[in-house]
Design a protein around this ligand. Structure first.
Ligand code: ARG
Ligand code: ZN
Length: 853
């Protein structure tokens, strides 16, 4: 039975304080908990503690052993007579058999925890809900040699040796927190230690804990952490609040990282980097995730969520904050382009499919399934729209008010919007629909000009598609930044405007339009909508040269490419001329930074082309895209070769300029190979071999995996042998092969699942092969259906180990409505097989059954 938002009730019992005592051992850990509980309001209901998998070895109330408790759904029900009691429980758990990686588990010789969303109940009996805030005192005892380092939240208050080869440490966290923010780590770790002085003069010790051999790879994360701390002070006035901030890297982790109070635990892929093993994209992702988790200290920890329906309160806002940080660290335009690309790649399909949900969902079976692109990325877009509508000063005033008003509380999305209204003095009543309505709005835009009369009229109309459970929609508030440009001169006509489209239709009249105007709309991607503007290829090519908003300029190029590709898919031919000319001019424009040029000349992905079609035809899309790539490669061959040479001999640097050149070089290499030049394979191989950094080397490898040549096998072998003991790099080796689009890839992926280095037990490895395969449109959707069957086999096998990670991979199989009848039937067969599998987890069941509906 689903949990529903409208059923929220405050907790019956509060737990102001808890002490935990861990006797740590991978095979058998004893957890003793001492909870101070107080009755919340007048009622006679018993104390209900959540639990999962553990047996109570003892239960004491106020110091006396009792037996009137009972077990219910894995939890514990204890009748209590008074207003305040002390409850003590003792349980035994086995971290080393915890393959779900929720609760306390073992990873590479460490013991660590992951509690969000509902992992704490797998450690001890407790009201596992975010609106129960307690102060934590944690004592750990463990073998000294295996686990020399013992960490928990807050500050270390004591430590000592025991005479049996064991030692202990005690930690205390003065800030009341929900149990999902609890963490402990025990292991043989070394720290890269740094320091930061906050704006009010607090000296904070920063420590990044890793295996000794990985210490040299922690510098980038450390400098990102310091930069994030400074940024949050400058941008939001938010200061760190303890004397210690720890980050620990672990190899087995279900997602990116976790913001546990003062003890962030990270997937090692978002900590470890050096030029030989990490790409520029990895470096950027590390900085973004380090910042994201740090920013949660305020947006998530100091102000937390009342219940899990409010998840976007902390995640949407924190993604918005980390996006702002990354924008300020590098190029805001390129960052915006990257963020919109990933929104379109992951969130738009979600919003258009069977798993569509509003950023504040109404119900769920398994909360883990709602850590989605919608909650995170669309959630961030909704905050961004508020910032756009309010303007920077008012938005900051609203944020200040939110943090002040709700510090120490478990808040709701409604609290956030109200704080914005109060702080900024605006009315966001209608805007709230963004929290409750799912689906990506569409905006039709038609510009009619009467240059003789000096005016132009813009007609806007919005529509919101129906989504599961929401057949009818109200008109939303859609903030659209727009501007007109004069066709002849390329000059802007008037200033940029911010139009709030808050009715089904709206007409805007522009005066002083002397020349034929061209419309630039949704500039900076001011709203997460699909704009259907009637603009010709010539208009788009014009904007790709003249628009002064870099995002809009990129967007015009993408739209031009997309229109051309879709035309070719549907008619079998298309004029590539306008795209080739626009790409040539972009490459030749010296005023543009190379990273931007790289983004602008990249063709839309095969999946994104599919999203623009009524029925996705994977083969035709692949063929059309390859044809355009070949044409671009041939017609601009000398330009690509010049881009390839640009900076190729410069020593490695991580400056924005150097990164931009590497990005463009990688793309240029792809085009040279696509041109089918005789030396394409040799050039890619040379780059692969001679590279002094992973970005260039990977660019060589991903080009080579699509060439049938001998170089392909050679490169894969060299790469594998060189990095065979570096798991994060071997993940790249699996992914590169799973993302190849050439014939034969399907068989190779199936064979790779039997490779000795492949395991479903490590989520990064599972995602590297199976996850990458699932988004490889041409190969996954092979007409035979073998891809679907293989995928379902892997998901079911993974589900037995790690339901959360399995369920996360389901969506590609659920998109059957977008494909032809034969494929749709084959996909549904696999979904039914999953739903009908005895013992399937509720995680995977929820995703598969909703996808069939
Ligand atoms: N709060 C973490 C973050 O975004 C992610 C936790 C994911 N939890 C989950 N059950 N999927 O920083
Ligand atoms: Zn987060």
């Amino acid at each position: 039975t689903p949990i529903r938002r409208e059923d929220y009730r405050p907790p019956d019992w509060l737990v102001p304080a808890i002490s935990l005592d861990f006797d740590l051992d991978p095979a058998r850990t004893v957890v003793r908990a001492r909870l101070e509980v107080t009755r919340n309001g007048a009622h006679d209901r018993p104390l209900v503690l959540d639990g999962a998998g553990q047996q109570p070895l003892a239960v004491r109330v106020d110091g006396r052993e009792v037996n009137d408790w009972r077990q219910q759904d894995g939890g514990l029900v204890v009748p209590l007579a008074g207003e305040a009691h002390v409850i003590e429980t003792e349980v035994e758990i086995a971290p080393e058999t915890n393959t779900q990686l929720m609760g306390l588990y073992a990873s590479g010789g460490l013991l660590c925890t992951q509690c969000e969303a509902e992992g704490f109940r797998r450690i001890t009996f407790f009201p596992d809900r975010p609106d129960v805030l307690a102060t934590y005192t944690v004592r750990m005892t463990a073998d000294r040699e295996t686990f020399p380092v013992l960490l928990a939240n807050g500050n270390r208050t004591g430590a000592g040796l025991l005479d049996d080869g064991r030692h202990w440490a005690e930690w205390h966290d003065p800030f009341p927190k929900p149990c999902y923010l609890f963490a402990l780590v025990a292991g043989d770790l070394q720290a890269n230690v740094g320091g930061f002085t906050t704006m009010s003069g607090r000296q904070v010790e920063l420590a990044i804990w890793v295996r000794e051999a990985d210490l040299p790879k922690t510098e980038h994360a450390m400098s990102a952490l310091k930069a994030a701390m400074a940024w949050d002070e400058q941008t939001y006035g938010r200061e760190y609040d303890l004397d210690l901030f720890n980050i620990v890297a672990v190899a087995d982790f279900n997602f990116g990282a976790m913001e546990n109070k003062s003890l962030n635990i990270f997937n090692s892929r978002y900590v470890l980097a050096d030029p030989d093993t990490a790409t520029d994209a990895d470096y950027d992702a590390i900085a973004a995730v380090v910042a994201h988790e740090y920013f949660h200290n305020w947006s998530g920890n100091r102000v937390t969520c009342r219940d899990w329906f409010q998840l976007s309160l902390k995640e949407g806002f924190t993604v918005f904050r980390d996006q702002g940080f990354s924008a300020d660290q590098g190029s805001p335009a390129v960052k915006r382009i990257e963020d919109v690309r990933s929104l379109r790649a992951s969130q738009f399909p979600e919003d258009a499919g069977p798993l569509a949900h509003p950023i504040r969902p109404e119900s769920y079976l398994e909360i883990s399934n709602f850590y989605t692109a919608t909650i995170y990325n669309k959630g961030a877009e909704v905050i961004r729209m508020m910032a756009t509508i309010l303007g920077p000063r008012s938005f900051r005033a609203g944020a200040d008010h939110y943090f002040m008003r709700h510090d120490g509380e478990a808040a709701t999305c409604e609290d956030f919007v109200r704080a914005m209204e109060f702080g900024a003095g605006v009315d966001l009543s209608q805007f709230r629909l963004w929290y409750s309505q799912a689906g990506t709005p569409r905006v039709a835009a038609r510009l009619t000009a009467d240059p003789g009369g000096g005016r132009a009229t813009l007609n806007l109309a919005q529509s919101i598609p129906s989504t599961p459970g929401q057949p009818d929609k109200q008109p939303m508030v859609i903030p659209l930044r727009l501007r007109l440009f004069a066709w002849g001169s390329g000059a802007a006509i008037g200033e940029e405007q911010l139009v709030l489209l808050d009715t089904p239709e709206k007409t805007i009249v522009f005066e002083g339009v002397g020349e034929r105007p061209v419309l630039s709309i949704n500039r900076g991607f001011s709203a997460p909508v699909i704009v259907e503007a009637d603009r010709t290829a010539a208009d788009l090519a014009f904007l790709s040269r003249h628009d002064d908003d870099p995002f809009a300029r990129y967007e015009a190029m993408q739209q031009l490419m997309l229109d051309t590709l879709i035309e070719r898919v549907s008619t079998g031919e298309a004029d590539h001329g306008p795209v080739v000319a626009a790409v040539a001019d972009t490459l030749a424009d010296p005023a543009l930074d190379r990273a931007f040029v790289g983004e602008a000349v990249l063709l839309p992905s095969e999946s994104f082309i599919g999203d623009g079609m009524l029925v996705v035809d994977p083969e035709a899309i692949h063929a059309a895209r390859e044809a355009l790539r070949r044409d671009l490669g041939r017609k601009l061959e000398s330009e690509w070769r010049a881009a390839l040479a640009d900076g190729a001999d410069a020593p490695f640097a991580l400056t924005p300029e150097a990164k931009g050149r590497r990005r463009l070089r990688g793309i240029a290499l792809g085009y040279v190979a696509a041109s089918e030049a005789k030396d394409g394979g040799a050039i890619a191989f040379r780059q692969f071999e001679r590279a002094d950094n992973m970005t260039d080397r990977m660019a060589g490898l991903v080009t080579l995996v699509n060439l049938a040549a001998d170089e392909r096998e050679a490169a894969l072998d060299i790469f594998y042998n060189r990095y065979s003991d570096d798991a994060l790099v071997i993940d790249k080796w699996f992914s590169a092969q799973a993302l190849a689009t050439r014939d034969g890839t399907l068989d190779e992926v199936i064979a790779l699942a039997k490779h000795r280095d492949f395991t479903l037990a490590n989520p990064n490895r599972a995602r590297a092969l199976i996850g990458a395969f699932g988004v490889n449109q041409r190969i996954f959707h092979a007409a035979s259906g073998r891809g679907y069957a293989f995928y379902a086999d892997q998901l079911l096998a993974l589900d037995r180990l790690n339901p959360q990670t399995a369920a996360k991979l389901l969506p590609p199989l659920g998109r059957w409505r977008r494909f032809d009848e034969d494929r749709a039937a084959l996909m549904r067969d696999q979904l039914r097989r999953i739903v009908d599998t005895p013992g399937v987890s509720k995680d995977l069941f929820e995703q598969a059954s909703k996808s069939l509906e």
